[in-house]
Design a protein around this ligand. Structure first.
Ligand SMILES: *Cc1c(COP(=O)(O)O)cnc(C)c1O
Length: 361
């Protein structure tokens, strides 16, 4: 397979481990001799139940999810959670939101429909190039929770600390979940769209402190009530069966890489190699401030839009795909998720250096 594969730097849906794709290909028409594909199975069948239970157990082990918390495997993407969170946890009162990028901004806007949103901090004025320090967070006494986005996929910034707050922490970890150890017990709720660092698009993982369930507003749709979803073990309706199966394969691969500790070491090294090129360059301008830089999504530009476009085009011609920045940020973005091999990073840095040598006068 690898012979035809390119290096995919897409921010999501994104690169998956080759071993997971190979296993999926092997199992595709006939899952473990049962004569049908996982895609064709009833979600109520014992065969699927086993896949579901194993995947959930693997995730619990890999992320060390304590028994106080429940793992939900849902549909609707991260965006559905922008509404589900305030509907379930805000109690029509108030919540604190840290606005450090595009998605936390959208989450805050959505939450305004259900209660008072206090902006605990915003880095909009500086183009979302930084994460505020703990001292700068403005925490309100009536907040039912504190919301933040751990890694800002579009702008390439990442929280280097877990905030200290009296209110329960709610965190969007879509683009850095499984990339480092996390003390889950410190969070009221963690959620992530799977298509960045876990599985194909269509699955959303929610990890919730069970003590927070059961506070939903009366008009909360049944399918968005954490209490109902916990009681039905994510099977109020058909779960995203294929994605759950794929998550199981990705977790199997991840265990073989040393789990989240292994991922953290590799992630730091991947990012180090790219930032080193950026910091020694006279052509590239990194977007994120030092101290706020993301290891997962690295954003930079040349300062010249045409040259940026040429960079992206030349990269694609060499099999380095999807390096164009998000339309709201411009420039370039290299997403270095768990499944990105180090050879891909080296191919990128080689290209960056060559491109600079050719274009910097
Ligand atoms: C991609 C992304 C989202 C949006 O995810 P959907 O699953 O498309 O709704 C939200 N938050 C972050 C941090 C993301 O990277």
């Amino acid at each position: 397979m690898s012979r035809d594969r390119v290096y995919n730097f897409s921010a999501g849906p994104s690169v998956l481990p080759e071993s997971a794709l190979e296993s999926a290909r092997r199992d595709l028409p006939d899952y473990k001799g049962c004569g049908i594909s996982v895609m064709e199975m009833s979600h109520r069948s014992p065969m699927f139940q086993e896949i579901f239970d194993t995947t959930k157990a693997r995730l619990k082990t890999v992320l060390r999810v304590p028994d106080s918390h429940e793992i939900l495997l849902l549909q609707g993407g991260a965006t559905l959670q922008f509404a589900a969170i305030p509907m379930n946890l805000m109690e029509g009162a108030a919540a604190d939101y840290a606005v450090t990028g595009h998605f936390s901004n959208r989450a805050a806007k959505e939450a305004e429909k259900y209660g008072a949103v206090h902006i605990a901090c915003s880095s909009a004025d500086s183009g979302f190039d930084r994460i505020p320090t703990q001292e700068r967070l403005q925490l309100s006494p009536d907040a039912k929770y504190f919301y933040y986005c751990a890694n800002n996929t579009i702008y390439g910034t990442e929280w280097q600390y877990v905030p200290e707050t009296a209110a329960p922490l709610v965190c969007d970890m879509s683009s850095d979940i499984l990339s480092k150890p996390v003390d889950v017990s410190r969070f009221g709720l963690i959620y992530a769209g799977a298509q960045k660092n876990m599985a194909p698009a269509g699955l959303t993982v929610v990890i919730i402190d069970k003590a927070l369930a059961g506070r939903e507003l009366p008009y909360t749709p049944q399918i968005m009530s954490y209490k109902t979803l916990i009681e039905s073990d994510s099977m109020l309706n058909t779960p995203p069966c294929w994605c759950i199966y794929m998550l199981g394969l990705v977790l199997e691969w991840l265990e073989g890489q040393g789990g989240v500790e292994g991922m953290e070491q590799i992630k730091r090294e991947r990012a180090r190699r790219v930032y080193e090129v950026l910091d020694n360059s006279r052509l590239y301008i990194p977007h994120a401030e030092i101290g706020s830089r993301s290891d997962m999504n690295i954003t930079f530009r040349t300062g010249d839009k045409e040259l940026d476009a040429e960079f992206v085009k030349g990269a694609a011609a060499r099999g380095l795909l999807n390096l164009k920045g998000h339309k709201v940020a411009g420039g370039m973005r290299a997403s270095l998720y768990n499944a990105m091999p180090m050879e891909g990073v080296d191919a990128l840095t080689d290209y960056m250096k060559e491109f600079e040598a050719k274009h910097h006068v």
